[in-house]
Design a protein around this ligand. Structure first.
Ligand code: ATP
Length: 738
């Protein structure tokens, strides 16, 4: 029997996002062949059902010629039909693809009174009438799980330009029907094709200027206040066109569909372009990577690119007789340091996109991967080296890298490098390995959180610097709807299962990141979830690098839409479409919480963060409440009651002391003239006495060495309370990291 089903196509669910993630971009080549990443992509077009294409008209707007680039721009108004294949199946019910759904069964009582931002709508679908498509129930269910329905990958030539669309590349291959009792609704064989990843196809993209809205909802940051301090701060810009980028970079900015700068970019880019040192703090997902990459690329092109010798040959034997071992030493002009391997890879990918076709060479060096291959990459030439501290020190000591030409130094997530015990390596790199001194090189520090110890480092590394804070230092963006639920440790697993089931019942195929405290806990929870029919992967510091990369890739692609992670995945990772971050175990430090939930609600898009709170998290309550208040979240009344005990424990820290917050922005503590006699002990006026945590019984939450990051070291050091005696990061052992 076939019953018609009305589907309101208000919003294409993930992973049909490939349709709209890059709306202004066309590809040169369209391969009809199966993708190497997904051999199923073409081979499963034979389904159990007779497929019937539905075509959704998608009108295009005209594209004005950009004065700055001569590349082809779409000018015609046309309609492209995006085919969607649905088997004609039975019964009906109504599906809404909006997320978060008002019918979410959890936390209705704690919902924020402020309207939840509507789901991101791709520019090419805006101002369009709502489409009503009649599809059968079983498929609606399966397509929503897989985010099907969107049909093609959305990168066909003619997507904008008025040419006939390519043959459909539907996600709906080899479908089968599911019942709600299906133990494994995400059977690997019928998983969706991975969405189009811009970095893989970047070289196929043309520059198109016709979409004033861009891929991301950057307007969401319009109201973010920005505080600046320092001498002679260069004025901010309001658009990218006000900045004198080289044309290659300008084209790449358009390729990325960055239409206008985010607040941190508006302020930081002019400062960096003027050659000033910078300490910049901005909320997670608000575009800090571009804020330091754009100026570095521009200045390399402007000031150095005629010097064509990023590497030089040295003779290790001093040129004497006998066997002369000649080696190539890389001498990058810019160094970007990041705390984790994954983050350095991501920055490398971003920087490569931004410098595409400019001639600027970007190389990455990180531990856990074969060093020989990285040497080979370096030997081909390097302008910008992105590295983790451990691997870089190793390379310098082996005389494969020299820092003596470094003119630009950026430290991303610098506070995490200290947390992880990298302060000695970072100091060695910056102060003892030939790098030109502060004042000669340009130095930039970026993070979403700036605890006091990083400000101390800043005063050693920076010279006459400018401090920028977009939004309150250490705050979370209010794009993320935060919920805190009281869950006993013993109930956590079932509670998680219920959340995931509810998510699934709502037709969501949302990428969900689940944070736990320990590596062992991550593995255990991941196996259990997989057993329960939720394909998942785990990522933590005990996994070898290949496994870590595989887990991230599989999650990113939607193949395993749940990633169970330790803090290894908490910082900097920009995974599009992460809709939900669940803190199965809350971290002990509020800064870590900020970074964790910041994996969703990025680039102006809305996100959801759920935290499981139990008695042992009491020390975090005060900071959590403060943070949620700042982000206009509704605080559950029971949580307020914990704030009194929280102060006694003191571990989560009062945000006012941890982040030195003022009304917005923050404060920077310099050794310079303006703060010469500043008493750093003021930062600890709340006299926080740190006590150890109550022991944890759950295998998912233990504060022993199984945790990826011994964050307590930072907290434990706080009570020492004055500059010069605060921290001894050498005692921190970072396992699984380089
Ligand atoms: N001007 C812009 N317009 C549109 N999208 C942007 C812009 N700048 C950055 N983005 C996108 O926003 C996302 C987040 O950027 P990025 O990873 O640099 O954030 P971040 O501030 O470094 O976050 P985190 O603190 O988590 O490291 C990326 O996908 C990036 O491509």
């Amino acid at each position: 029997m076939m019953n018609p089903l009305q589907v309101q196509l208000k919003f294409f669910p993930y992973p049909a996002t490939s349709l709209f993630v890059f709306p202004g971009i066309r590809t040169h080549r369209q391969s009809p062949l199966p993708s190497p990443r997904n051999p199923l992509s073409r081979s499963h077009t034979h389904t159990h059902h007779t497929t019937r294409p539905y075509r959704l008209p998608v009108p295009h707007s005209s594209a004005p010629q950009c004065p700055h680039n001569s590349l082809s721009l779409s000018k015609t108004k046309s309609h492209t039909h995006l085919p969607v294949r649905f088997p004609p199946e039975a019964s009906t019910h109504h599906h809404s693809f909006l997320f978060p759904s008002t019918s979410m069964p959890w936390n209705e009582s704690t919902r924020s009174p402020r309207p939840i931002p509507s789901a991101y709508l791709p520019p090419h679908l805006r101002h369009q009438p709502t489409f009503t498509v009649t599809i059968p129930t079983s498929l609606a269910r399966s397509s929503s799980r897989r985010g099907g329905g969107g049909g093609g990958r959305g990168r066909g030539r003619g997507f904008r330009g008025g040419r006939a669309p390519n043959p459909p590349r539907s996600y709906g291959r080899s479908r089968r029907n599911f019942s709600d009792d299906d133990p494994n609704p995400y059977n690997q064989k019928i998983m969706p094709e991975p969405p189009f990843d811009i970095s893989e196809k970047f070289d196929e993209l043309e520059v198109i200027d016709d979409d004033p809205s861009g891929v991301n909802n950057i307007n969401a940051y319009d109201e973010t206040p920005v505080e600046t301090s320092g001498f002679d701060v260069p004025p901010p810009v309001t658009s990218f066109s006000e900045i004198d980028f080289c044309s290659g970079l300008s084209d790449n900015i358009k390729r990325c569909q960055f239409v206008k700068p985010t607040p941190i970019q508006r302020y930081a880019i002019p400062v960096a372009m003027a050659g000033r040192d910078l300490m910049a703090c901005a909320q997670t997902g608000s575009g800090k990577t571009a804020a330091f990459c754009f100026p570095i690329i521009t200045r390399i092109l402007r000031d150095h690119h005629q010097l064509k010798s990023p590497t030089k040959k040295i003779d290790r034997n001093g040129g004497g007789g006998g066997f002369s071992l000649k080696t190539i030493m890389a001498c990058p002009l810019a160094l970007i340091l990041a705390p984790t391997r994954e983050l350095s890879c991501q920055i490398h990918e971003e920087a490569k996109k931004f410098s595409y076709k400019t001639g600027v060479k970007v190389v990455v060096a990180y531990g856990g991967a074969p060093i020989v291959q990285q040497f080979r990459n370096l030997e081909k030439g390097v302008d910008i080296l992105v590295a983790t501290p451990g691997r870089l020190v190793d390379m310098i000591e082996r005389a494969k890298v020299s820092l003596k030409n470094v003119k630009y130094l950026a430290l991303d997530e610098a506070d995490r490098m200290l947390d992880m015990g990298f302060e000695p390596q970072v100091r060695k790199i910056v102060q003892q390995m030939e790098m030109p001194p502060a004042g000669v090189r340009q130095t930039m520090l970026f993070s979403a959180t700036f605890p006091i110890e990083i400000q101390r480092l800043a005063s050693d590394f920076l010279s006459n610097y400018i401090f920028l804070a977009a939004g309150k230092v250490g705050s979370s963006t209010d794009l993320i709807a935060q919920r805190v639920e009281y869950v006993h440790d013993a109930d956590k697993k079932n509670h998680l299962l219920n959340l995931l089931r509810a998510q699934r019942a709502n037709g969501k195929h949302a990428l969900t990141l689940v944070f736990v405290e320990t590596k062992k806990g991550a593995d255990a929870l991941q196996s259990w979830l997989s057993m329960k029919g939720f394909p998942s992967m785990a990522i933590h510091g005990d996994k070898v690098q290949m496994e870590r990369e595989r887990a991230l890739k599989s999650f990113r692609s939607g193949l395993t839409p749940i990633l169970v992670a330790t803090d290894v995945a908490a910082r900097g990772l920009d995974i599009p479409h992460v809709a939900h971050v669940i803190n199965f175990d809350l971290p002990r430090d509020i800064g870590d919480y900020v970074h964790r939930i910041g994996r969703t609600g990025r680039a102006g898009k809305p996100g959801l963060a759920t935290a499981f709170f139990s008695d042992k998290n009491a020390p975090l309550a005060k900071a959590l409440v403060e943070l949620m208040q700042e982000a206009n979240q509704e605080i559950p009344p029971w949580l307020n009651e914990y704030t009194e005990t929280s102060h006694a424990y003191g571990s989560g820290g009062s945000r006012s002391s941890r982040f030195s917050g003022v009304k917005f922005g923050g404060h920077n503590y310099r050794r310079g003239a303006d703060n010469e006699n500043y008493d750093y002990s003021n930062q600890f006026e709340d006299g926080t006495a740190l006590e150890s945590y109550p022991s944890h019984s759950s295998p998912y939450s233990s504060h022993d060495s199984r945790a990826d990051f011994p964050t307590s070291s930072r907290a434990d050091s706080f009570h020492e309370g004055f500059y010069g005696h605060m921290l001894d990061h050498r005692t921190v052992v970072a396992s699984g990291w380089d």
